[in-house]
Design a protein around this ligand. Sequence first.
Ligand code: 6PG
Length: 466
Amino acid sequence: MNQIGIIGLAVMGRSLALNMADHGYKVAGYNRSYEVTKQMVEKNPHENFIPYETLEEFVKSLEKPRKVMLMVKAGKAVDAVIEQLLPLLENGDIIMDGGNSFFEDTIRREAYVKRQGLHYFGIGISGGEEGARKGPSIMPGGDCEAYEEIRSILENIAAKSEDGTPCCTYIGENGAGHYVKMVHNGIEYADMQLIAEAYLVLKHIGKFNNQEIGKIFEEYQKGELSSFLIRITSEIFQEMDDMSTQSLVDMIKDSAQQKGTGRWTNMEALKQGIDVSMIAAAGNARLMSNKETRKTAEEHYPRIKIAKIPNHETLIEDVRKSLYAAKIIAYAQGFDLLKQASTAYDWNLPLGKIASIFRAGCIIQAKFLNDITRAYEHEKNLSHLLLDEVFEKRVISYENALRQIAAQAMLSGIPVPAMANAISYLDLFTKNHVGANLIQAQRDYFGAHTFERIDKDGSFHHEWGK
Ligand code: 6PG
């Protein structure tokens, strides 16, 4: 009998199936179009992977309670497959959705499947194709008791952090796993945008060429910035185009796409009343990069002089410090949203453990996640990452560099929305006076919305200008 079944054998499903097979699990595979299944088996035959042409045979081959992982496109396809599966499964069987599903869909599906006497898990999986094949970071959400049935398999196939712990932990009930994956992706957007801004500064102010920028990122990778995204960035800048004599990065159209998880994070943050301005800035930067009018507008607006080339070593070091300080703020925003969601959805999210499973396998894996893990493990009720002593010290010591770099970029007409938002966020977070007294006065002036006073309890209204 097969121990687990995977439905959907496109890149992610196929890689995950082979990862499980490598770990000695007998895996059944099914894809809507059998052609895809056949191609997979031809290309990657594996003694532990057994393909099936029909869903009935696939389900029959599974040991009970049956464990079926859906690796199909998020959205309607997930509902459709659930409907096909339900008549074939029985009480106690487990359906897992390993795609990037919207967490509200997962909450709905979990309740629906549970009513039929089965278990449902929404599982965030990060790490792209390579992660899925060799060890991703896994964020399972669903029925806590049923989790024991799938725990060992997920932990075995997950990435392992440096200390050997699997990058997989039970996240919480119903949609918690997909929620955490969504916020992971939001942070991913901010992180990528920050790196893109560092690139613009190094290129336009530092006048470094791509090879040099690649080397600079390679150096960054050796220190506290060490992360998957910095590593691939250093490689990207050193890659030549095989269709021309240029660096490949220069031949790529300057307009970024997105599938939706970043946008969901922003919508959800607005709903929860949490400021994730860097994630919003990153999403907006992608949107703006698609504006067709950008080229024409550049011709219409007078060219702003780029700041004088500063001392190269100082620039490289200040960009590094800026990236690091701003990165801390981006993660602090993401974790602030998770903290709020934990209460709002009654999930009791293990923030320290979540940081720990981001340490390897996923796209935002980074050395400094060890520190985020420590921060939340040291103080379970930490109200905000920027209030952790260690991060506080780091931000304070790098803050000036971040301000310098962002200011130079802005004076030179280089867009740095993520860095700029990092600074504004920090200022809103740390300053005692943010101007809200005036906002309240205005609200009371035109709408009698009342205000609170600093010297007396209660709410007050004033007849302004009379
Ligand atoms: C991951 C990635 C993965 C994927 C996103 C990117 O964690 O493995 O986040 O989920 O790359 O789909 O999203 P965009 O297409 O929106 O950039």
